[in-house]
Design a protein around this ligand. Sequence first.
Ligand code: ZN
Ligand code: ZN
Length: 161
Amino acid sequence: MPISEEDIDATILDRAINDASDQTVRAVLKSICAKSDEARKEAENQLLVSATETESSDKNKRRVPRYAFCVNCEKEFDVTTKTEKNCRYHPEQSEPTGEALFVDNWDECDVDTDEMRENFPECFTFECCEGNLRDNPDGCVTDFHQEQYPGGRPAKRSKAF
Ligand SMILES: [Zn+2]
Ligand SMILES: [Zn+2]
């Protein structure tokens, strides 16, 4: 079956969406929602959920963002799945403890970096459980995901020095 013109357009659009930056895709989505009521409703259906009845003083069904960033594991999660404990994380940061770090990098002053964590995961120890980054990268605690600012912007946990 020959590929129709429409299919080619869809493929190119797919590629354009994949290649564009987050910022550009966000801007495009917002402008589509501003132009089309239908698109706006569809976006609301996919990105918003009704707030739980815990806020019962509010008689109107308030809607809140469906996806948020977790302050614990720093991953995006669906707030409708917050009833399950599917967040794993280490409550404390990993610290450079392995001697190999300092032997191999005697001329580098800063070993407490993401790059070093990637290259020497066994040399970074979590203070919470004494586990290291290679053996237990996911976490020693299982809990509910927790958004940092409900309804707000994602914010990364600041690194302890
Ligand atoms: Zn831990
Ligand atoms: Zn989490």
